[in-house]
Write a protein that binds this ligand. Structure first.
Ligand SMILES: [Zn+2]
Length: 277
C-alpha cells in the first residue's frame, strides 16, 4: 500500500505537469471504488484550472479554480491506485477515471484492487471530513519528540500501531512504521505510553530520517505501486527489517523476527530493538 513517500513521489511528478493547465473535460469510466466516484465530478472539473497539488497524509489534493470558485480534486491511491499521463483517454481494464488537460494529454487513474477513492470538494479540500482529522505531518517541525510524547501519553496500544494511526501521524503505514522503529531501536510491541521523552525524540527523528531516505529513493516499489512517470521507487532495496523475517539483521546478524500486531505482520531485530523493561 502506498505510504507517505510513495504518495509524495506521485505528487512531485504530477504537480509540474498539471499546475497552470486547464481541464478540458473529465470522464468516469468505472465509478466502482472504495467510495464510488460521484457522477457530478466531471461537470465540476471541466473548465477548471489546476493551481496547486498538495498532500495530506496519503491523500493528494489537486486544487483547481473555476472562475472565482476554488475546488479540490481529492485522490487516495488505496492499495493499488496509480496516476499516469497518456495521449489517449482511459479505456483499458481498471482505468476508472481520466482528465483531459489542455494540450491533449490525459491524466488517468487506474486501480485494479479498487480500494482508492476520487472525490471533489468545494472550497479548501483540507476541510473535507476525510482530511480534517488527519494527524501531524511527520516531515514538518510540529512533529517532534515533544509532540509524540504528548500524543502517546497514556496510550496502552503498541507503539507501532500508534505510529500507523493516521489520526496521530499522517501517512505512516506498515513499512515505514517498521523501518522507523528499527532505526530508533524500539521494539514494535512496546506500550506507546511507556516511551520516555528521550525515546520519543529518538523515534520522531527516526521517522523523519526514514521517510526522507525513502523520498530520495523515489519511494518503495511494491507489487502494485509505481510512480506517475512509470519510474520504480528503489527504497525497497534499503528495507532493514520489513519483509525480512528469518533473515539475518543487516546491522548485527541476529535473525529478524515477525509477530502480528493489530492484524499486521510486524518485523523487528531482537538485538537492535531490545525489549523495554
Ligand atoms: Zn540487529
Amino acid at each position: 500500500m502506498p505510504e507517505l513517500p510513495e504518495v509524495e513521489t506521485v505528487r512531485r511528478c504530477i504537480a509540474p505537469r498539471i499546475v497552470g493547465r486547464r481541464a478540458q473535460k473529465a470522464v468516469v469510466r468505472d465509478s466502482r471504488l472504495r467510495c464510488p466516484i460521484p457522477s457530478r465530478l466531471p461537470g465540476e472539473i471541466a473548465g477548471g484550472v489546476f493551481t496547486e497539488v498538495r498532500r495530506r497524509g496519503k491523500y493528494l489534493l489537486a486544487d483547481f479554480c473555476r472562475g472565482e470558485k476554488e475546488h479540490t480534486l481529492i485522490v487516495h491511491l488505496g492499495m493499488s491506485g496509480a496516476l499516469f499521463f497518456s495521449g489517449r483517454p482511459p479505456r483499458e481494464r481498471h482505468e476508472h477515471f481520466g482528465v483531459l488537460l489542455e494540450g491533449g494529454e490525459w491524466l488517468i487513474y487506474k486501480d485494479p484492487r479498487r480500494f482508492g477513492c476520487i472525490l471533489s470538494a468545494a472550497g479548501d479540500g483540507c476541510a473535507h471530513p476525510l482530511i480534517c482529522n488527519i494527524g501531524a505531518e511527520p516531515l514538518t517541525a510540529k512533529f517532534n519528540g515533544a509532540f509524540l510524547r504528548d500524543a502517546l501519553r497514556g496510550r496502552k496500544t503498541a507503539v507501532k500501531n500508534a505510529l500507523m494511526n493516521g489520526g496521530i501521524v499522517a501517512g505512516v503505514g506498515n513499512i515505514y512504521a517498521s523501518e522507523s522503529l528499527f532505526a530508533a531501536g524500539i521494539r514494535p510491541q512496546t506500550v506507546a505510553g511507556k516511551l520516555n521523552a528521550e525515546k520519543c525524540a529518538t523515534l520522531a527523528k527516526a521517522v523523519k530520517h526514514t521517510l526522507r531516505r525513502a523520498l530520495r529513493a523515489g519511494g518503495s516499489t511494491m507489487r502494485d505501486f509505481s510512480g506517475a512517470d512509470g519510474e520504480q521507487g528503489m527504497f525497497q532495496m534499503e528495507w532493514k527489517v520489513y519483509g525480512r523475517a528469518g533473515m539475518p539483521c543487516l546491522d548485527c546478524g541476529a535473525v529478524v523476527r515477525v509477530l502480528r500486531l493489530g492484524g499486521r505482520a510486524s518485523y523487528f531485530c531482537p538485538r537492535c530493538q531490545p525489549a523495554q523493561r
